[in-house]
Design a protein around this ligand. Structure first.
Ligand code: PLP
Length: 530
């Protein structure tokens, strides 16, 4: 396969000081990497700088226009040498603006289909079960899974690819100018990530492991933003080595690290949104430059020779008031203006972060966001707008099935132990302030009516499996009489669940397996499935 160096470009500059001549040699070389050629951007541009110091005895021959300016410390010349050695005659494709995904653009123009999803990395080769349009199709499917393998490892989950497709379709129709960079931290399940990649999404990664996971699916590194404002040096070096070239920052120390370990990385300044959105998880306590810090942070990056190409923010995750996007977008615009006033190159990337939920709230947020972008930026054709949705794509796509492993009756109260809890997949109750719901699946004790419809219910407590009494999933929750080896099914369990569980008490936290299914997605545009 074609892979290797395809073009080399050298540029030399010299500086005179006394009888010393310092040559600064810039080498740009282009590498074609077959592995990343899927996006047609398999060309990676690399840049190296060498310094050579020469002591001049006599007349400095080779360059007759050397300025004789011995008094200045270092006088720079404008001479530049261009040697172009093309080992293979090949026309380099025009450099795509960073963060603009061809895949997303293409999909934005056409109705989405599940066809590319079935051959996506992370999905291909796995069984994907079609769900009937019936109301209880998903619980029926879970029942079939349990019936096929009664000793199946519990807990397990079901990922509905039709839901993901429907959400992507909705995103492209309601926010057509905003490219989604799925926030992998929300749920790094490879079938989900592969599906989103096949549907044209790009990715927000927060660590080396997340970048590795996305790259392992064959996604090109230029579809990844390293959206963590504070990174360890080794992770930055890794990003540089694999060609992840855009990141966020909000401190001078971060500028210094990036200058040292990844000087060609583009930066987005992460700002704290001006208005509290009332989100369940407010990220502004930890990240985001304050308005008074902005000029210094911009100047620091500029002085370090780094390109600041835009601004990012996050209004907070879960139940945020969409109004907060408006204030943050307008604050971002004023930072674009500040950068121009400071003589920096024009910014062009607006990263509106995450904070989206699915359902009607998304439609309302989209209207506000579109209006705010237009209000602040007009029809700026050079503007690249990206978002980092996590919860939006993951939450409703996953359903969790857990087994009842214990029971106690205290008068009218029923107490159940299940094999997942707040130290496992259900950690979203603690870390994400989630309110969970569940449905009974009495497939062992009542196979003739496993959903126990119209049966008497009892006030019930549902405990997780660890010895900590804090490990309580539900209290005073109405459930029919269940028995050991029956199941509880928790819908909407995809966001901040498996990604943040622990191994406390020796329980390996996360779901043991994920089954793939597809329901008929609710698509906003007319489409055929295949
Ligand atoms: C930088 C960044 N981007 C995106 C997200 C995803 O947010 P959400 O799940 O609310 O869309 C997060 C969540 O913490 C984040 O920290």
């Amino acid at each position: 396969m074609l892979s290797g160096l395809v073009a080399l470009e050298c540029k030399a500059q010299y500086f005179i000081h006394g009888r010393f001549c310092m040559y600064q040699i810039h080498v740009n070389y282009y590498i074609f990497n077959h592995a990343t050629s899927g996006s047609s951007k398999g060309f990676t541009e690399k840049h190296m700088v060498f310094w050579v110091c020469v002591y001049i005895y006599g007349l400095h021959s080779g360059f007759s226009n050397v300025p004789d300016n011995k008094d200045s410390l270092f006088s720079a010349s404008s001479l530049s040498l261009r040697l172009s050695l093309h080992f293979v005659t090949i026309t380099l494709p025009p450099k795509m603006p960073t963060l603009v995904s061809e895949a997303f653009q293409a999909n934005g123009a056409e109705p989405l289909s599940l066809k590319p999803v079935f051959s996506a990395s992370g999905v291909k080769g796995k069984r994907v079960t079609a769900l009937s349009p019936k109301e209880n199709a998903l619980t029926d499917f879970i029942q079939t899974v349990i019936a096929e393998k009664p000793d199946i490892d519990s807990p397990f989950s079901v990922l509905d690819l039709g839901v993901v497709l429907g959400l992507m379709d909705k995103w492209t129709s309601k926010l057509p100018t905003v490219q989604p960079f799925y926030a992998v931290k929300c749920n790094p399940n490879l079938s989900l990530v592969g599906t989103l990649a096949a549907l044209g999404a790009n990715f927000d990664c927060a660590s080396k492991a997340e970048i590795e996971a996305v790259l392992s699916l064959g996604v090109s590194p230029d579809r990844i933003i390293y959206a963590n404002p504070c990174k360890s040096a080794s992770h930055i070096r890794y990003a540089a080595s694999v060609g992840v070239n855009v990141t966020t920052y909000d401190s001078k120390d971060e500028v210094e690290k990036i200058r040292k370990y990844h000087p060609t990385c583009e930066l987005l300044l992460r700002i704290k949104p001006p208005q509290d959105s009332g989100a369940r998880s407010s990220l502004g306590l930890k990240y985001g430059a304050l308005p008074e810090e902005v000029p210094e942070l911009l100047s620091a990056a500029h002085a370090a020779g780094l390109k600041v190409t835009g601004v990012s923010f996050h209004i907070g995750s879960g139940g945020a008031d969409a109004q907060a996007y408006q204030g943050a977008i307008s604050a971002a615009k004023s930072i674009f203006d500040t950068a121009s006033k400071l003589g920096m190159p024009r910014m062009r990337v607006l990263d509106i972060g995450g904070g989206f939920t699915s359902g009607a709230a998304f439609d309302a947020a989209a209207v506000k966001i579109n209006a705010a972008i237009e209000g602040s930026f007009g029809n700026d054709e050079e503007l690249v707008v990206i978002g980092e949705p996590g919860r939006y794509f993951a939450e409703t796509a996953f359903t969790l099935a857990t087994k009842v492993i214990g029971k106690r009756v205290r008068g009218e109260l029923r107490e159940y132990w299940i094999d997942d809890g707040i130290y496992g997949t259900l950690n979203n109750i603690v870390f994400d302030y989630a309110t969970v719901t569940c449905m009974p699946l009495a497939c062992t004790s009542k196979p003739e009516d496993p959903s126990c419809r119209d049966l008497k219910t009892f006030s019930s407590t549902v405990f997780g499996p660890t010895c900590d009494s804090l490990d309580t999933v539900l209290t005073d929750y109405q459930l029919p009489e269940l028995h050991v080896n029956d199941w509880l099914v928790f819908p909407n369990m995809g966001a901040y669940t498996t990604s943040s569980g622990t191994n406390f008490n020796g329980f390996s936290s996360s779901v043991k397996s994920t089954f793939l299914a597809y329901s008929n997605p609710i698509i906003t545009r007319e489409q055929t499935m295949f």
